[in-house]
Design a protein around this ligand. Structure first.
Ligand code: ITT
Length: 197
């Protein structure tokens, strides 16, 4: 049995990852661990931000933990919003404003190829008590819809249609989203790694 703190304040991420956890793992979200802080994400890469979040929580708890940073990368916008996805339309981290800005930026552009990319950072104390850092990445390729579709999920889900589907993530149940999901792919690698421990 592995117990891991998940260094996030995003309840939707917690719900998605809880839905993937098997009996061998216990995931403890920050609020359940009694930690109520907004961890900064100041860096230029998902990997650096993920490390920042995991290392901040490890320094507080001294326990095994992981974090993840996710970006929506749109080819016609040279990879934007990318690492700035949470604050694309400003510091308010407003889902609707972020979606409006993406749709506005792609106005009159039919080339709508995009991907979600998730980077997980695991800080793990090995059997010799040495702290190891491991990264796991998951990518979901797809396209940006012309308008919002569906009301499930969170963030950019209403405008992202994964390859292999005609539905946006916001038109899917969590189980359907997991068939395609960037997060599912990264978490699967994390669990596979932990199963070898
Ligand atoms: P933590 O840093 O506390 O984990 P956050 O919401 O700040 O939570 P990110 O920086 O990783 O998380 O998220 C970047 C943005 O991308 C943010 O606006 C999310 O809503 C959005 N996002 C992340 N995963 C998504 C998904 O699976 N579907 C749609 N939008 C997503």
């Amino acid at each position: 049995m592995h117990t891991l703190i998940f260094a996030t304040n995003n309840k939707n991420k917690v719900a998605e990852i809880q839905s993937l956890v098997g009996p061998d793992f216990t995931i403890i979200p920050l609020l359940e661990a009694g930690i109520d802080i907004d961890i900064p994400e100041p860096h230029e890469t998902l990997q650096e931000n993920a490390f920042e979040k995991a290392s901040t929580i490890h320094s507080i708890t001294n326990q095994n933990c992981f974090s993840e940073d996710t970006g929506l990368e749109i080819e016609a916008l040279n990879g934007a919003p990318g690492v700035k996805s949470a604050r694309y339309a400003g510091e308010g981290r407003d889902f609707q404003a972020n979606i409006d800005k993406v749709l506005q930026s792609l106005n009159d552009i039919d080339y709508r190829t995009a991907q979600f990319r998730t980077v997980i950072c695991l800080l793990w104390q090995d059997a010799e008590n040495i702290l190891q850092t491991h990264y796991f990445e998951g990518i979901c390729k797809g396209r940006i819809a012309y308008e919002m579709q569906g009301d499930k999920g969170f963030g950019y889900d209403p405008i992202f249609i994964p390859d292999g589907s005609d539905k946006s993530f916001a038109e899917m149940s969590m189980e359907e989203k997991n068939v395609f999901s960037h997060r599912k792919k990264a978490v699967t690698q994390l669990f596979e790694f932990l199963q070898t421990k």
